[in-house]
Design a protein around this ligand. Structure first.
Ligand code: PCD
Length: 781
């Protein structure tokens, strides 16, 4: 019998993947080097909107080492100038006659090395005729606005209208409401700045007729299916490998033109092709998120009970609707914007609009527009509190969905699985010493100092999803796991989701360790290779734990049921006489008579009962009955410098509840990283274009990413309210902090300035913005 500890659920097991990462031994896409490999680089547009009059590649082609220049005209002949997006729109791979955003792909160069390819990009001559760009989504909707997409049948820039909730009932409540507050909020365009940019290596093997693509993909199986449908290549002849990935954050879910051009080039030239974006290309051309222009209203009673919410949003999607929302939800899960509060009715409407910007709408650390939803409600609750002269904590306690109301049906149709909001907020307030902070604030205010306390009590919605409601391009959003236990009691787990840094190799091994009673060291996790992993929809929307995590637990339980039969055979008792306890099958009433999984595994290959199949393995495709609803209470304390307008986050406490925790160390790491990614848009990050549609924030000199210098010390704590429908009670957590943090920070800044009559500030709250307010209010130093 093994004496190695199992270390299943709840253990802070060190990440199995880290020894290779900290030694620089990971295998990322750019580490793949194949004999005879050629390098692809992309010519990009200097205009946001222009007609292409001529492309002359002759100088580039004459350069030594240049193999080919690929244009839209050539792709058109192959039927590949356009590709479908995951949102049922179509997107240019390479343009044939016009470009529609700054830094758009215009042509591709293939050369024998990376530097020659980059030089040749500069030698391709393109003659443009600039056209008027449409940059403001409101102007884009005006009649007579220039068309971003003349290729479409519908001759407007409007993409779709989508709504949820009960309009009539909501309007009625607003008419009779004692108090109504309203606010415009802009959540700016931001960018997913993963350490690793996007790229691929494509190898077409003529001998076996097989196409292998190493690709920075958060969803290799779904991408394989799309590639097969678009190219006509049979799916079993395509293998997509998503190796080690240096951050996904939603930016590696869409299919970018570079992948398609590289694949075309590999098939055409019969040589392996590598395409890796450089940092500026990544920052200028893909993986954009947010860009929501929101008008929100709350109706309430005079004593602070929220009755209804009304929201209208204009969503700037750029030139192609190329995000990756589930197909029935073009505005993602934005309708979860009633948040943690019980109200009678809500109505949410969103209009998607085309503009001459790169495609946006990526679910950047956000389960499909939940960041926007949470920002809206958490700001609006504070605005209502301000209107009524109530404390932001008090108004929240007054309006929380109560613990006994779960499962709770929200006015926009979601069924929240579980929650205990008052307990979590109370824990946060006690831990941070809320009353004391309020006293300190009053004292400082009297001295003219600007200190603010901000609260955010958010509810997330993650784990898409139940297949009856959730699909991407028709592919249902279940997920999968396959477990094989070897004769000597070690095991391999293959899962349908793909880690980009979250630590799945560790946490999924812990799930199996817990369920099978095998030491975590003896379990290896594999993923990201479509030839070996079971079909899954990928890792985003904090769905891995809710979906594939559940699949892993269920697959392990199937193995356990078979193991029971073998244990019964070994112990010469009936299977019913056995119980699974302390990681072994024990004879009821005689717990010293038992068989461990390791013993059973050996017997599964050497001594199994007649009539039973040998081996010990199982597969599960898990269709979750519902999403999971993690939540949290965040409190932020800021001080504002009256001389510079700089906001300093003095203290930040995040109390999170993601149900049962698999690995507390990994969860804490997720929360630290996620909070920093929430701080970033709150105070620093914004993608800005000039009036020509040229990006002004195309380098990290202008687009400020927080480093350790800007990041405060995060304090974390937890409550545990298990999900009632997940086999382990676990909810997702990866995105919660990024969603919960921005409103806590903004609420703190506005709180610091509320006595001056400030009610709202749009993010990012830069020193310049704050200093301008201080000047206007006459308190700048
Ligand atoms: N967990 C535990 N417990 C619990 C939960 C969870 O332990 N209860 C853990 C798991 O297992 C893992 C993690 O934690 O490991 C996470 O999880 P989740 O929440 O489930 O999630 P996932 O699916 O896995 O993932 C995803 C996420 C996302 S979504 C994002 S953005 C981000 C996050 O994740 N990303 C990233 N995080 C991270 N990290 C890193 N490092 N990197 C990255 O990239 Mo989207 O939609 O895509 O936007």
């Amino acid at each position: 019998m093994t004496t190695t500890p199992i270390r299943g659920l709840g253990h802070p097991v060190k990440r199995k993947e880290d020894p290779r990462f900290i030694r620089g031994k990971g295998t990322y896409v750019d580490d793949i080097k194949l004999p005879g490999m050629l390098y692809l680089d992309i010519v990009r547009s200097p205009y946001a909107h222009a007609r292409i009059k001529r492309i002359d590649a002759s100088k580039a082609l004459a350069m030594p080492g240049v193999v080919d220049v690929i244009t839209g005209a050539e792709l058109e002949k192959a039927g590949l100038a356009w590709m479908p997006t995951l949102m049922s729109d179509r997107q240019m791979v390479l343009p044939t006659d016009r470009v529609v955003y700054y830094a758009q792909e215009v042509a591709a160069v293939v050369a024998t090395d990376r530097y020659t390819a980059a030089d040749a990009v500069l030698a391709v001559e393109v003659e443009y005729e600039p056209l008027t760009p449409v940059l403001d989504p409101f102007k884009a909707l005006e009649p007579g606005a220039p068309l971003v997409r003349p290729d479409r049948e519908q001759k407007t820039n409007h993409i779709w209208h989508w709504e949820a909730g009960d309009k009539e009932k909501t309007d009625r409540i607003f008419q009779e409401a004692q108090v109504v507050v309203s606010q415009d909020l802009y959540i700016p365009r931001i960018h997913v700045c993963s350490i690793e940019t996007c790229g691929c290596v494509v190898n077409y093997d003529r001998a076996t007729d097989k196409l292998t693509i190493w690709m920075t993909s958060q969803a290799p199986h779904a991408h394989r299916t799309v590639f097969s449908l678009v190219s006509g290549i049979p799916e079993h002849k395509i293998r997509i490998i998503s190796p080690d990935i240096g951050g996904g954050f939603g930016g590696k879910v869409p299919v970018y033109p570079g992948y398609v051009i590289a694949t075309y080039a590999a098939l055409k030239l019969g040589k392996p092709i590598k395409w890796i974006e450089d940092r500026s290309e990544n920052l200028q051309a893909d993986t954009f998120a947010r860009d929501y222009h929101i008008h929100a209203e709350l109706a309430a009673t005079r004593d602070g009970k929220i009755r209804a919410m009304r929201v209208h949003t204009v969503a700037d999607h750029g030139a192609f609707d190329a995000a990756a929302n589930p197909s029935k939800f073009p505005a993602g899960l934005f309708s979860v914007c009633t948040g943690s509060y019980d109200m009678e009715a809500a109505h949410v409407a969103v209009d998607g609009v085309y503009t001459n910007k790169p495609p946006g709408g990526v679910a950047y650390r956000c389960s499909f527009r939940v960041t926007e939803a949470v920002h809206t409600i958490e700001r609006m609750v504070d605005i209502l509190a301000d209107e009524l002269g109530m404390d932001p904590a008090e108004i929240r306690f007054k309006n929380f969905i109560r613990p006994e109301q779960f499962p709770y049906k929200s006015p926009t149709g979601w069924e929240y699985d579980s929650g205990n909001y008052p307990a979590t907020l109370q824990k946060a307030l006690d831990a941070i010493g809320y009353q004391e902070l309020r006293r300190e604030q009053a004292e400082r205010r009297a001295r003219g100092e600007l200190m603010g306390i901000g609260i955010s009590t958010f509810t997330e919605i993650v784990g898409a999803g139940p297949s009856h409601t959730f699909d991407i391009l028709g592919i249902k959003m279940f997920d999968s796991a396959e477990i094989r236990v070897h004769p000597t009691g070690s095991a391999i787990v293959r899962i349908g989701v793909q880690t980009q840094g979250q630590g799945h190799e560790t946490t999924f091994a812990q799930i199996v360790a817990e369920e099978l009673g095998l030491p975590v060291e003896n379990i290896i996790v594999e993923h990201g290779d479509t030839d070996t992993a079971p079909y899954g929809l990928g890792t985003y929307a904090s769905r891995s734990t809710p979906t594939a995590g559940a699949a892993t637990a269920v697959a392990a339980r199937k193995i356990r049921e078979k193991a029971r039969l073998i244990a019964a055979h070994l112990l010469e008792v009936s299977p019913d006489d056995l119980e699974w306890r302390d990681y072994a099958f024990r004879v009821k009433g005689a717990p010293d008579r038992f068989k461990t999984m390791q013993e059973i595994a050996f017997a599964a290959y050497t001594n199994f009962p007649q009539g039973l199949e040998g081996g010990l393995e199982a597969v599960c495709y898990y269709d979750p009955p519902n999403l999971t609803f993690p939540f949290g209470a965040y409190v932020c304390v800021v001080d504002i410098d009256r001389g510079t307008g700089q906001v300093k986050v003095r203290e930040f406490l995040a109390v999170d509840d993601c149900g049962t925790i698999i690995n507390p160390m990994i969860v804490e790491g997720q929360i630290h990283g996620g909070l920093t990614m929430g701080l970033a848009p709150a105070l620093f990050e914004e993608i800005v274009y000039d009036e020509n549609g040229t990006m002004l924030t195309g380098t990290f000199m202008d687009y400020l990413l927080p480093t350790a210098m800007e990041t405060p010390h995060w304090k974390t704590d937890k409550t545990v309210t298990p999900s009632p429908h997940h086999p382990l009670g676990a909810k997702g957590v990866g995105e919660s902090p990024t969603i919960g943090a921005p409103p806590a920070i903004v609420n703190a800044v506005v709180d610091a300035l509320s006595h001056l009559g400030v009610r709202h500030i749009d993010i990012p709250i830069t020193p310049a913005k704050v200093y301008q307010i201080l000047l206007e209010k006459g308190v700048a130093e």
